[in-house]
Ligand binder design. Structure first.
Ligand code: PA5
Length: 424
């Protein structure tokens, strides 16, 4: 189970840190905030109880088992980033060797599209088109492109496409119904960036061998904490309170810095979740991606010596998926004497994280650590739910509606107008 350690915040002192008592004092707001969240009728923390979702996905996965070598996800934003994170976090697990290869488009850059096109065997490819609205221009154009390629190769569309979209509305729904393309429904009350634990993330995950039941198990544990009224037992609330209180002290940038290569893409997913949910009406916390230890030789200079406007959120993995020792292949050199002690990359990474944490604390730079035992389905499920529920609480702290994205929609509207002006 994950563990949030925020003891460094108290060591830093009043101006830049916060005491445990200050954080716990926020606990009186939990009940009210939970009521407010509940009144918004969001399904991201209840969908995980829906057994039929897993049954439908498993049924489909069994039906197509062994049929595809490549799976291509067509989508953007919340319809693709969770899957990207899942793929990168869990691809090293042992049960993945015979699984199809997962490609995720996430963009309309022709270089990327061409690269995926040349990497796949169309005859053995399944395209999963994911768009809640069913009309996002980027996803629709990716779909049109690959559909045409399939048609050119005389492939049967229903054998190579599956849609994940709204139950009733949108162009994709219309096409699916008309052409009898297999489709899955995105629940109406779950926004894209909160949808990784729905069919949006779970379908592609299941098809590449990720144990989706375990993702859900992990998520449930944190969801149960999220509903607890006692702050000592509610990690999502603790996290949101820390982020909010520090933002009030000018720490408006939140750096997510996993000490695990496998979790690098979690930061991409979280960036969207935090930015698109809370960046509203002049409020917001700016998410920043960093990776331990790589960024110790890069952004850490800024974090530790630049403006004191950041909260550094480390993610520490107790047991990495690999254990590698650094051999002393220069026993003759006195300079390498230390290496005779059989030091592992793992221990070096741990000590470097500790050193970085100490240096930041020494310079009064707020930092916290989210610790997980290992990178696994269950722990990833916990992390997804921790961040989703803490963002929901943050919305309440800021008194903003976290579940829409008006500024993103405005950009979509202007782009559409430009397209129509130029081509119609
Ligand atoms: O979080 C969100 O709601 C957005 O990032 C959407 O996921 C993104 O705009 C894609 O929308 P759609 O799934 O409707 O194609």
């Amino acid at each position: 189970m994950l563990y949030l350690n925020f003891e460094n915040l108290a060591k830093i002192g009043k101006t830049h840190g916060i005491t445990r008592a200050e954080i716990l004092a926020q606990g009186k707001l939990i009940e009210k905030y939970l009521r407010e969240i509940e009144s918004k009728n969001q399904g991201f923390y209840t969908i995980i109880d829906d057994k039929s979702q897993l049954q439908n996905i498993n049924k489909y996965a069994k039906k197509v088992e062994g049929k595809y070598k490549d799976i291509v996800v067509l989508g953007i934003g919340g319809s693709a980033l969770g899957t990207l994170c899942l793929k990168h976090a869990l691809r090293y697990l042992p049960n993945k060797s015979k699984a199809p290869k997962l490609h995720i488009v996430t963009n309309i850059d022709p270089v990327k599209i061409k690269k995926i096109e040349s990497d796949i065997d169309f005859k053995k490819t399944l395209f999963i088109v994911i768009s809640k609205s069913g009309s996002t221009i980027e996803t629709i154009s990716q779909y049109l492109y690959f559909r045409q390629k399939c048609k050119d190769k005389k492939l049967k569309i229903t054998d190579h496409f599956v849609f994940v979209t709204d139950e009733k509305e949108g162009i994709l729904r219309m096409i699916a119904d008309k052409e009898k393309i297999t489709s899955f429904d995105v629940p109406k009350n779950i926004e894209g960036r909160f949808s990784v634990l729905t069919v949006v993330g779970l379908l592609p995950a299941r098809l590449i061998g990720i144990k989706i039941e375990e993702l859900i198990e992990g998520a449930k544990r944190i969801r149960d904490e999220f509903l607890k009224k006692n702050i000592e037992e509610n990690t999502p609330f603790q996290l949101a309170a820390i982020q909010y209180l520090l933002a009030k002290k000018g720490k408006n940038i939140n750096v997510l810095m996993p000490y695990s290569q496998e979790l690098d893409f979690l930061s991409i997913w979280y960036t969207q979740l935090l930015a698109e949910s809370i960046g509203k009406k002049g409020n917001g916390i700016t998410p920043l991606r960093a990776l331990g230890v790589s960024d110790q030789h890069s952004q850490i200079q800024l974090f530790n010596d630049g403006p004191n406007d950041k909260l550094i959120m480390f993610i520490e993995v107790e047991k990495l998926s690999e254990n590698l020792y650094i051999p002393n292949s220069h026993p003759e050199l006195k300079e390498f004497e230390l290496m005779n002690k059989k030091i592992s990359f793992n221990r070096l990474l741990e000590l470097e994280k500790q050193g970085t944490e100490m240096a930041l604390t020494h310079n009064n730079r707020p930092n916290i650590t989210i610790k997980i035992p290992k990178v696994s389905e269950e722990n990833l499920g916990e992390l997804f739910m921790l961040f989703e529920t803490s963002v929901a609480f943050l919305g309440e702290f800021y008194k903003i509606y976290a579940f829409d994205q008006p500024a993103v929609e405005l950009g979509k509207k202007f782009t559409k107008e430009l397209l129509l002006k130029e081509y119609l």
